[in-house]
Design a binder for this molecule. Sequence first.
Ligand SMILES: Nc1nc2c(c(=O)[nH]1)N[C@H]1C(S)=C(S)[C@@H](COP(=O)(O)O)O[C@H]1N2
Ligand SMILES: [Mo]
Length: 411
Amino acid sequence: MIGSSLSLLRSALASPARHPRTAVVLGRLLGLGFLICFGTGLLSHFLQDPLPGMAFLTRPIWLYRLTQGLHVAVGTALIPLLLAKLWTVYPLLFRWPPVRSVGGVLERAAIALLVAATFVQLATGLTDTFQWYPQPFRFRETHFALAWALVGALAIHVGVKLPVIIRWWRRSRSVDAAGGLLPVGEGEGDLRSEPRAKGVTGMLQRSIDRAPTPPAAVSRRTAIVGTGLASFAVVALTAGETVPALAPIDVFAPRLVRSGPQGLPVNRTAAQANANRTALDPAWRLTVQGPERSVVLSLDDLRGMTQTDAGLPIACVEGWSTQAQWRGVAVRDLAALVGGQGREWLVHSFATGAYSTTVLQREFAADPLTLVALELNGSVLHVDHGYPARLISPARPGVLQTKWLRSLVVR
Ligand SMILES: Nc1nc2c(c(=O)[nH]1)N[C@H]1C(S)=C(S)[C@@H](COP(=O)(O)O)O[C@H]1N2
Ligand SMILES: [Mo]
């Protein structure tokens, strides 16, 4: 009885748009998007938490801006794709019996994990771009762990579905060659493959079958094109926070890229970081502690050293980025003062809290464009941008561009 009622429900939900082909097309886009997000996410993660022996490219200077912009834009595009995919396949939840084999149990478990992980992944990723953390767990660790769960579940899912996928590839090609329509498969994904029900439900079902087919409310093409447009629209209306050309239509992005002082956004102001008093204290000094000696430099000392200009972006992990013109002392010049060339550094801020200490890996310390910046876009750093001095380096996440510097200590 349950089985035949569910079967009836499934018939009622059957739609040309809920074709296995739709599921496969959306699935492929989702899979591709996941892989882009996974790769760019790993880069972002390891830049912040490198494993021993890891080294990174410091050029092109916009590398992280590109990878993190992609991460957030593709992640955003995945939201409509995921919803469309779930809409396409959810009638399969009403299949009866729910599982038919041990493999089926594994498959359903992998799908449950995949759907749950994807949902949490996209939801927390989206709220993170708004710097909103309603969840009771830490964002970055969870996002990282879920990414692995997701890729594992995706591998199982694709593995289980491989025969169906291959069958569809073969069929669609042979049928397309004949110039015909795509066939209605009897694959698992097909909603019309249900065994005929008996009794009252069966009669109802047969009368539904005999009734003239109503015109499709949503065709397969409409479903796919509509989903594509929705994905395109959410990206176009948010990517202005990183792609200047899209800034005029940036209506939903969390950040307006020219909004802050000196034409640059601020994630955490000096007031929020409790940094105002020390920042404006004339007794402020920068300590550079190297393997051979230490130096203590005043702002005037730093201004008296060779100044280097660097056009570098701030690229926040949350997906916004802006190009800016920086001026200050190259870290490798400071390293040379204390015999620390080619070394790795701990960068300390006098502001406490998150990001008060970061690691500057040797390849970034050696890059001539990595600066202890004193000026931004032609004037002295605004206190919200890290006055008296902040770190800026190419191809790294914004979180590592430590503001309100206190010391550089060789590791
Ligand atoms: N000491 C300190 N430095 C910091 C932060 C912070 O909270 N404290 N935030 C970081 C983050 S997340 C970003 S994106 C950049 C933002 O730089 P901006 O405020 O100059 O735009 O600063 C980074 N440097
Ligand atoms: Mo950031």
